[in-house]
Design a binder for this molecule. Structure first.
Ligand code: ZN
Length: 120
């Protein structure tokens, strides 16, 4: 577990755009080559258009040329939602560190967060 990566997620969470829920979430990703990306949730007045911090940060890594398997770990300031667990699984992270509902920072594997999911 990387405390430093989690601290990056905490720091970037302040930049989240969440005027409707006030639920500021930050995420930080470390690629296997050491490069770090940061992302936040971005809400919209049309609520379903909002995006979580996890797809925001993973999309940045993809735009920079990273593919599933290239990303080693992700740290999130909140427990990932169901859809984000699918994103995390797809990109084959080794580890996921997040603050759970009890306020404890824990590290899990994608398979622990999304057991028995499908693969195409
Ligand atoms: Zn989510």
């Amino acid at each position: 577990m990387s405390n430093e990566l989690y601290e990056r997620a905490v720091a970037v969470a302040e930049k989240a755009y969440a005027p409707y829920s006030n639920h500021l979430v930050g995420a930080a990703v470390r690629a296997r080559d050491g490069r770090v990306f940061e992302g936040v949730n971005v809400e919209n007045a049309a609520y379903p258009l909002g995006i979580c911090a996890e797809p925001a940060v993973i999309s940045q890594a993809v735009a920079a040329g990273y593919k599933p398997g290239d990303l080693e770990e992700i740290a999130i300031t909140a427990s990932p939602c169901g859809g984000c667990r699918q994103w995390i699984y797809e990109f084959r992270f080794d580890r996921v560190t997040f603050k759970n509902a009890e306020g404890e920072v824990v590290t899990r594997t994608p398979a622990e967060l999304l057991p028995e999911t499908f693969e195409l």
